[in-house]
Design a protein around this ligand. Sequence first.
Ligand SMILES: Nc1nc2c(c(=O)[nH]1)N[C@H]1C(S)=C(S)[C@@H](COP(=O)(O)OP(=O)(O)OC[C@H]3O[C@@H](n4cnc5c(N)ncnc54)[C@H](O)[C@@H]3O)O[C@H]1N2
Ligand code: MOO
Length: 422
Amino acid sequence: MLQERLRKGPFIPVADAQEALFARLRVRETQEIPLASALGHVLAEDIRAPRDVPPFDRSLQDGFALRSEDVPGELRVVEELPAGSFPTRPLRRGEAARVMTGAPVPPGADAVVPFEIVDFPLGSVGRKGETIVLSEAVPREFKVQRKGSDFPAGTNVLRAGTRIGAAELAALSALGFSHIRVYRKPSVAVLSTGEELRNPPEDLSPAEIYDANGPFLVGLLAERGFPVRYAGRVPDRMQDIVRRARELLQDVDVLVTSGGVSVGDTDIVPFAAEAADLEVVFRWVAMRPGKSTTAAVAPDGAKLWLALHGNPAAAYVAAHLFLLPALCRLSGETTPLPERHLAVLRGAPGIRETGGPIPYPLTQYYRGKLRWEGTTPVVDAARIQLSPYISSFLDSDVLVEIPHDRTVGEGDLVHVVRTACR
Ligand SMILES: Nc1nc2c(c(=O)[nH]1)N[C@H]1C(S)=C(S)[C@@H](COP(=O)(O)OP(=O)(O)OC[C@H]3O[C@@H](n4cnc5c(N)ncnc54)[C@H](O)[C@@H]3O)O[C@H]1N2
Ligand code: MOO
């Protein structure tokens, strides 16, 4: 029965848990939105260039457009073209046009010479009707940006599944898009479970603590542009948790709770998820901290309840390994898994500090900060690695992944895991 199914273990590897979760999640529907609000969304369509960028041959410098075959020689300036004005006629033999950076190069011209290499006969400053002299040959295409050389019309520019950042906004706007089709971002509610929790400036009675996980999770998601709200706290009572979860899941796509997932007397969240008609995808993950992180989804994959540990560092680790990737997946990213890099470990706390040998084959996740030492990537392990220590957050921007059968120390090469999605 339920108790039996949810009892401890077997532990599934982190990668299997991620895969199982992604397989169950349904990407949000698509919507057409103005480019101005597209930042952070994921493209739901491939983008082809609808036109050439740049749309005309243009000058790369302030100077004179000319026919390379006419120089060295003396040329007559027949037109003046600031950026934004179009030539009235093609250049003929012996003619030049005064052009500013970004201005169209007249038909017939195949090079631009910057002012700095032009000689001006006495009385000439190179205005319309005056002459200029080029004492040297100029190669064809010199300082000319050809029409379509940046984005040729009809070519693929961006793929569906790409998250839109500043670079993508630049390209889409240059291509003339005012609206684009994106996936709707999943909305999230963060709920902290625990009788002992309060929020500042409430007074603490003995044995009470302030909520750290709620603000952390809200911040982690808001930083990455996900619509998230803090839904406050709920006591460790089955009916309260189930009722609150049902209410919140009416409104949002994803519920993230912290606390109540271990094997203590009040650790009832995984049961509450089933009581709220969700299906548990995983319950025990072969990782430490965070081994009883639980994921449950609605049968149609449209709703996710991710139940993280109450211990803040365990919630921190699981948020990076499961919550952010799941949100990236739901919001349409094709490759939501965290990046893995190699780095040299410094300040390794060693396995003893985390409480002795591990009774199960659990992958350990230290927290640390990545930096460069010359050309070598180095990760400084946070000073304290135990699960209840919030101070370790301040020393961390990556996870250090240590396989269960390995003990690491100062100077060892380790894998660091960083969630790329934003
Ligand atoms: N007999 C066992 N005991 C424990 C096990 C185990 O396997 N067998 N697992 C331990 C591990 S590992 C962890 S981690 C904790 C996790 O417990 P829960 O996720 O069920 O979390 P709680 O019991 O609700 O709380 C744990 C701890 O965290 C504090 N907490 C809770 N919420 C917050 C919050 N929002 N902000 C700050 N701190 C919070 C809470 O007061 C507890 O101190 O269980 C071990 N026990
Ligand atoms: O999840 Mo607990 O934090 O493994 O130690």
